[in-house]
Design a protein around this ligand. Sequence first.
Ligand code: COA
Ligand code: NAP
Length: 257
Amino acid sequence: MAFDFTGKTVMVFGGTSGINLGIARAFAKAGAKLAVASRSQDKVDAAVAQLSGQTPALGYSLDVRDFDAVKAAVADFREKRGTIDVLVSGAAGNFPVPAAALSSNGFKTVTDIDTLGTFHVLRAAHEHLTKPGASIINITAPQAWIPMALQVHVCAAKAGVDMITKTLAIEWGGEGVRVNSVSPGPIDGTEGMDRLAPTPEAKVAAARAVPLNRLGTVDDVADVCLFLASDYARYVSGVVLPADGGWSVGRGFAGLG
Ligand code: COA
Ligand code: NAP
């Protein structure tokens, strides 16, 4: 893809594995100055080592539920790299569980990471964003608008993420800051997919539910993020953009043919 982010600054929260690391890698390949953040110091170190093959990368070991830690990371990044051009909020937790067996703390844990964590990331970064021009991308999921059994906590959490996207697109639009969500479909080789479709049979069934007839790749999602952060998307704000092969549309009546 011919997107050029040379000299641009990008922070990816939750950017040390899976889809979010793929997003960080794509921005690194496009020339951006990067930082990734997540809880595990080992994962942060490994991600920084991988990204530094392309670009000098910074890493922060933190929990997005800890607002002060997120604030400290964005302030440090601002001091070392300048204002933030692209902010990706993708830290999330997921496990399938019947609602009747989910504890209060289990529900709270997922909404705290996904929804409150996203608010923390955006709220802390706001004063450090490039204005005008910054692009914020929240990583959501189809569960935000399509109810899914065993996912009451994730459905509620990601619906909250998308309302943060839409609300802040309104509030921050006047400052020249765009806020969008990207919604991956079933992405092969990821933790999220392994948790929701743990067997080969479940993965085949998941692919069959996608109109494009295959599971997605990390790059399928990363390329959409490059587009959304680029000047080609300069008039796009407040949207939830699925990168899901049509999964969230469903097969409709074509499924009967
Ligand atoms: N089923 C039911 N409840 C579960 C659960 C499961 N599989 N896994 C965790 N919980 C509950 C715990 O029992 C606990 O509730 P309790 O105190 O009432 O017993 C609560 O969730 C918090 O668990 P804990 O392990 O302390 O949370 P954590 O903050 O250490 O980790 C998780 C967060 C649970 C989301 C963990 O799975 C994680 O770190 N996930 C990140 C990776 C991921 O989910 N990737 C996919 C993204 S789509
Ligand atoms: P993943 O590899 O587990 O990525 C989650 C990332 O978030 C990891 O880097 C993890 O690192 C970090 N993280 C988790 N909890 C955190 C916390 N409290 N504070 C800071 N960082 C935290 O999962 P993935 O499957 O690639 O999912 C990535 C994103 O895509 C998520 O937002 C998910 O909801 C979304 N999504 C995925 C799929 C899919 O098919 N996989 C589909 C739809 C949407 P640490 O463990 O080091 O914290």
